[in-house]
Design a protein around this ligand. Structure first.
Ligand SMILES: Cc1cc2nc3c(=O)[nH]c(=O)nc-3n(C[C@H](O)[C@H](O)[C@H](O)COP(=O)(O)OP(=O)(O)OC[C@H]3O[C@@H](n4cnc5c(N)ncnc54)[C@H](O)[C@@H]3O)c2cc1C
Length: 904
């Protein structure tokens, strides 16, 4: 690299737009494109024209954008931000969210080398080299022969591996492993095996073949790896000795205190495999539906409907006019008999009973809300008032790593709803419950008694703890544990197609996305009534106000008011969050409208009001973000994606609502495929449905366990400094750092950088995916328990996008052990950077230290600049050597794979 050119380019000022990248040629003949025949027309076109990721507009800086929002940059970015100082600070450090960079030479030890030596052994190098050869492969056909060869080698035991993780007997207690005694708050006594927190990984020093002596190996957490050093190495003769560094990398070398601290982060997060199996065997969703069916009959008729094919003509008819569910539909007639017979009014609500709709974390809206609509129908049919209840449950939030931003977002949305409901004479009653989280059902029964209600309706939450809570509530209510018997009714609402509805030809749940997705799209097109939206609630009888003081108190008593903040969940950057994530269903639909009808721009990629160029009536644009989505979705240089995730995650809009808007663009037919931007975007929304579907038939995935148990055997490192560098965006890998800083400052990331960061944590740093999942959950405003678990698990366990795992390897690998193994493909942060930020705009925006670098350098400044030039940047050196980390990750995963092959 000629030094003079680089030196010159470093003189660019932040005001000058950087020269456009010449890394990619703008136009390529179709013949020059790899696997052109296999690409969808939209992607092929994008590749041919070189259109991918090119966005108009000028990129402004974070500071400029904050000023435009009327905010003081120093408050949100820190006084030392800028070139030569990475001292950006973030709002939520105290509550565990966000981070603060300690300056260029702060938290990260400069030039620290990764501690891997495995590749030094010739045989291993040979093996790894073969795997690395797979990297260039872009299709399974190319991968397959290499993997077959490698797998054969492994099965013959010719890898020469002399260091393997063995699954020895579990050490328990504080002395070994994490060993932290669980408290009741840490998890359901049944759902999590607390003893597992003390499990120790032991390394078999003399094993050339993995010694899998424990069938249900519970060793997967970094705490387990950490404990190896304390537990010592079991030699072939059953004696212990101190671990060598190459026997599992740094896990056995680091200081005990540090390892314990690291491991502590996962305390109470990982279920014992036996418990996970038990939960899978009788999934809580099934239990909930069963107990309701037994007690109340079929309250969720959709679930038993078969995906009968109807003539496609009906599809377009449904979207003519507003697709609103009419009165008299199946759901409307689910009116329940009173369980208690006539009785005196004793509670707050006079005139007899009230009916309660219990709004939860994922359905914060009044329009198109299934349970609310049922509650409304019941209230109107029985001439009783409707009350909306929302309960803040900080104990649950803590246990599930809910981030302060996502809580603040919900409180903001509730405030808007309170007004809308009040205009309909419907009180929104907000309660804060700080007791034992497993006693919430009893608390709800007390609240219902206070509200003089014996009927409560709610939408189903699909996570294990939540489902168990609801099963309890149904049972306890029916037993009359409170003042009276209570009917609690839970219905599907979160997804476009309820989980469990679509089954394979054999009647089993789909574990593979593609066939499931085809059925999903066909089902919705053939049964368009499933996308009809539920009407909002009708007003309560206006005579109640002023006449019934008990009812009045629900509107005015500060006891039922929405708290400004909930203790422990104070959001220090709430002002910024409110500007960049405006609350309310109306605003969410406007944000969506911009995506459907406006173009992507560089200057919308960061801290901006998403509605700043909103033109309500403009639906004429021939090009729009959604139409360009097929070619631009992997680039985060502009606002290529919809930014709907916070709204979908908290249910400010429903899946039905966004899908209806999308299909209105395609003449009423729901396009879902790779041939168009609209189709691809609909597929993303389908992924959300699919992950929830997986969550319900394999609930283990929300219990900290991998979908495929063999992946729990991956041996993780424990390195607090590297974990912190990852969290702070100080790894020295620009795309990772840009994305992590975006998460810290904005509470959100585009999908591609989420994948890159997750992969980097797991593959390059070899840190437990659950640490990353936790951090993301705590930082993101769209933190979605189920989705994050599934996404992280597959991305982080295997290094793959979960989609791909579901589509191919995981399932087939378990049965044959010889199919293509995409986990061999490990993201290269530099080439991923070129894909995710082809213009470098994303990196320049989030990393001020690199703002002035030219395109050729921005993705790898340490590799491309001279030492002197690099030092001037004030940006950290890479904390790992990617090629070595890659070799280590491959080596460890090959071990796991070999184990699973042996098991087959
Ligand atoms: C490691 C990792 C963690 C993630 N954690 C979360 C999370 O906590 N909450 C969350 O909502 N999404 C999560 N995702 C999925 C995805 O990254 C985000 O939904 C998406 O980036 C949100 O941006 P958007 O709304 O502009 O998406 P768009 O591209 O506009 O997509 C529209 C909607 O489709 C859904 N969707 C998009 N991509 C995916 C995907 N890969 N998987 C499942 N659904 C998808 C989302 O609901 C999204 O809002 C995660 C992905 C990864 C790889």
């Amino acid at each position: 690299m000629p030094q003079t050119t680089l030196s010159r380019s470093l003189k660019l000022t932040s005001a000058s737009p950087p020269p456009s990248s010449k890394l990619k040629s703008p136009k390529k003949p179709a013949s020059g494109i790899k696997n052109a025949s296999k690409l969808s027309p939209a992607i092929l076109k994008a590749k041919q024209t070189g259109a991918q990721g090119r966005f108009p507009g000028r990129t402004s800086s974070m500071e400029d954008d904050l000023r435009k929002l009327g905010l003081e940059p120093e408050v949100f970015l820190g006084p030392r931000m800028g070139r030569g100082g990475l001292g950006w600070i973030l709002g939520n450090r105290e509550t565990g969210v966000g981070a603060s960079g300690g300056g260029a030479n702060g938290a990260v030890e400069q030039g620290e080398r990764t501690e891997i030596d495995h590749h030094a052994e010739n045989k291993k190098v040979e093996m790894v080299a073969e795997v690395i050869a797979l990297d260039g492969a872009s299709s399974d056909d190319e991968v397959k022969p290499c993997v077959q060869k490698l797998t054969n080698k492994l099965l013959r035991g010719t890898s020469g591996a002399s260091t393997t993780a063995a699954t020895g007997p579990a050490g328990k207690g504080k002395e070994k492993g994490t060993g932290i005694a669980p408290t009741e708050e840490d998890g359901h006594p049944d759902s999590l095996d607390h003893q597992n927190a003390g499990v120790a990984v032991q390394l078999a020093s003399d094993a050339t073949v993995l010694s899998n002596t424990t069938t249900n190996n519970p060793t997967s957490l970094s705490g387990g790896a950490a404990s190896a050093g304390e537990a010592g190495i079991l030699t072939g003769k059953g004696r212990k000795r101190a671990p060598e560094e190459e026997e599992g990398g740094a896990a056995g070398r680091e200081g005990t205190q540090k390892r314990k601290k690291d491991a502590y982060e996962l305390h109470g997060k990982i279920a014992h495999p036996a418990n996970a199996r038990r939960v899978d065997a009788d999934p809580p969703l099934e239990q909930l539906l069963r107990v309701q069916r037994d007690l109340w009959g079929n309250v969720a008729p959709q679930l038993n409907a078969s995906p009968v094919k109807k003539p496609a003509a009906s599809a377009s008819a449904a979207v003519k006019g507003k697709p609103v569910r009419g009165k008299g539909k199946a759901e409307q007639v689910v009116l329940l008999d009173d369980v208690n017979g006539p009785r005196e009014s004793t509670g707050l609500v006079g005139k007899g009973e009230a009916v309660v709709y219990w709004m939860r974390m994922e359905d914060i809206r009044v329009v198109d809300n299934h349970a609310l609509s049922l509650a409304n129908n019941y209230a109107r049919a029985n001439n009783v008032p409707l009350v909306v209840l929302w309960i803040a449950t900080p104990g649950d939030w803590r246990a599930h790593d809910r981030g302060v931003r996502s809580i603040d977002f919900r409180l903001r949305n509730l405030r808007g709803l309170k007004k809308i409901l009040k205009d309909k004479n419907i009180p929104l009653v907000v309660d804060t419950y700080t007791g034992n989280r497993f006693q919430l059902p009893q608390h709800v029964l007390k609240l219902l008694a206070t509200l003089n209600s014996t009927h409560v309706f709610a939408n189903i939450e699909y996570e294990v703890d939540e489902l168990r809570r609801d099963v309890q509530l149904v049972k306890l209510g029916a037993q009359g544990v409170g003042a009276s018997k209570v009917k609690a009714v839970f219905v599907h609402d979160r997804l476009a197609v309820p989980p469990g509805l679509l089954k394979s030809g054999k009647g089993t749940p789909y574990a593979v996305y593609s066939p499931w997705q085809r059925q999903w799209a066909a089902y919705l097109n053939n049964n368009p009534e499933n996308l009809e939206e539920y009407p909002g609630p009708e007003p309560n009888d206006s005579t109640l106000r002023g006449v019934d003081p008990a009812f009045d108190t629900l509107f005015v008593d500060s006891k039922w008011a929405i708290p400004d903040e909930v203790a422990g969940f104070e959001c220090r950057d709430r002002e910024l969050m409110a500007k960049i994530w405006p609350e309310g269903t109306d605003k969410a639909l406007q944000v969506l409208h911009k995506f459907l009808h406006g173009q992507a721009r560089h200057d919308d990629l960061g801290l901006v009001d998403p509605l700043h160029q909103y033109v309500p009536d403009d639906e004429t644009a021939s090009a729009s973000r959604i139409r360009d989505y097929a070619s631009s979705r992997n680039s985060c240089d502009g606002n290529s994606s919809s930014r709907m995730s916070p709204y979908l995650a908290s249910g400010v809009v429903s899946a039905r609502m966004v899908l209806n808007k999308a299909r209105a663009l395609t003449k009423g037919k729901l396009e879902s495929g790779r041939d168009s931007g609209v189709g691809m975007w609909v597929q993303e929304v389908a992924w959300r449905d699919f992950y929830n579907h997986v969550l319900t038939f394999a609930p283990r995935v929300s219990m900290g366990r991998p979908f495929l148990e063999q992946f729990s055997d991956v041996q993780w490192e424990t390195d607090e400094a590297k974990l912190q560098a990852w969290k702070d965006g100080m790894t020295g890998f620009p795309i990772v750092d840009a994305a992590q800083r975006q998460a810290n400052i904005m509470g959100w990331m585009h999908n591609r950088p989420r994948m890159i960061c997750a992969s980097f944590l797991v593959k390059d740093l070899m840190l437990d995916w659950r640490l990353g999942e936790r951090f993301f959950m705590q930082s993101f405003i769209d933190g979605d328990l189920g989705m994050a678990m599934v996404c992280h698990q597959y991305r982080m366990t295997t290094g793959l996008e979960p989609k791909y795992i579901f589509s191919t390897t995981a399932i087939r690998c378990a049965s044959t052990g010889t199919d293509p193994q995409p986990y061999f493909r490990i993201f290269n942060p530099t080439s991923q950077s070129e894909t995710a930020s082809p213009d470098g705009a994303y990196i320049r925006y989030w990393i001020p230290e690199l703002r002035n670098l030219p395109d050729k350098v921005i993705h790898d400044p340490y590799g491309k600049l001279s030492k002197k030039e690099f030092e001037k940047l004030g940006y950290p050196k890479p904390i790992v050597d990617h090629s070595k980390s890659r070799a280590r990750a491959l080596f460890r995963q090959v071990q796991v794979h070999r184990d699973s092959c042996h098991a087959c």
